[in-house]
Design a protein around this ligand. Structure first.
Ligand code: GLN
Length: 286
């Protein structure tokens, strides 16, 4: 088990050291030209003077349609109030998508669905982008395209306070590990411990409820929502040991180079001018 984990950790670290967008298959020169073209398009749109030059393919004119799973606090959640700009949603990804769309001169539309449905939606051309605390993986990169990374995620382990599971190594003794369907937590646990020992739930809240009910022995989930769930549920703790370190990126349909370049230009501007950090800090106190 240790060996597998060491490999996973190494893989996780490689992912986190490599900008997701750097993995495009386009030759460097071609990519540079596309980026330059799109930079112009973005600049024109920022000033609101001209339409896009057509290089950026969108499913609906003038709109950036985002699929997400709004059960992943603090990255995306259904708001108690009106939400960000009256969308009914709030969170880091919602705010980043809002400023991205603004920079591209587009209106943001948010479609809330299960996490695995969001991954299907982008592949089937039912949305332009997925922002969902979505981790870059080489496997996913075969079937969709990714932007550069805008945040780091960590897979952690939640257990009941009195649990015999006290470290990553003890996960091997768990009869059932709760995860969210289709997530990296689910994939890694299936690889490490076998499908029979992994229970998949529609979202993190259901997995955490199953842990409280004693239906699973541990939950493997991203650290940011884990902190929220543990904060809201007495008797749960996050183990000190980190399982895998990951990069969060925006996903787009495979081959939509214009959109990928435009998103990367806008995203990097928002990273460089501190907007992305400010949004993250607003939701996650350092
Ligand atoms: N980061 C994890 C993944 O990409 C989980 C994301 C989520 O549940 N929203 O698989």
């Amino acid at each position: 088990m240790k060996k597998v984990l060491a490999m996973l950790l190494a893989a996780g670290m490689i992912f986190s050291m490599t900008a997701c967008g750097a993995k495009t298959e386009a030759p460097a020169e071609e990519k540079k030209e596309t980026v330059e073209e799109n930079t112009e398009a973005v600049e024109e749109n920022v000033e609101g003077t001209e339409e896009m030059d057509g290089a950026m393919v969108l499913i609906s004119e003038g709109k950036l349609v985002m699929a997400t799973n709004a059960q992943f606090p603090p990255y995306e959640l259904v708001s108690d109030g009106e939400g960000v700009d009256g969308t009914g949603f709030e969170g880091i990804d919602i705010e980043i998508a809002m400023v991205l769309a603004e920079k591209l001169g587009l209106e943001l539309q948010i479609d809330d669905m299960d996490f695995d449905a969001a991954l299907m939606a982008v592949q089937e051309g039912k949305c332009d982008v997925v922002l969902a605390g979505l981790t870059y993986t080489e496997e996913r990169d075969q079937i969709m395209d990714f932007s550069d990374s805008y945040a780091q995620g960590v897979q952690v382990i939640i257990v009941n306070e009195d649990s015999a599971i006290k470290s990553v190594d003890d996960l091997a003794n768990a009869d059932q590990i709760g995860t969210q369907r289709g997530t990296t937590g689910y994939i890694y646990c299936c690889d490490d411990y076998g499908d029979d020992h992994v229970a998949a739930y529609d979202n993190g809240a259901s997995a955490v409820q199953a842990l409280k009910n004693g239906q699973v022995d541990a939950v493997v989930i991203d650290k940011a929502p884990a902190l929220e769930y543990v904060g809201a549920n007495e008797g749960l703790v996050i183990l000190d040991t980190e399982y895998v370190v990951e990069d969060y990126c925006v996903a787009m349909a495979e081959g939509n180079r214009g959109l990928q370049a435009a998103i990367n230009v806008a995203l990097n501007e928002l990273i460089e001018d501190g907007t992305v950090d400010a949004i993250i800090e607003k939701y996650i106190k350092a």
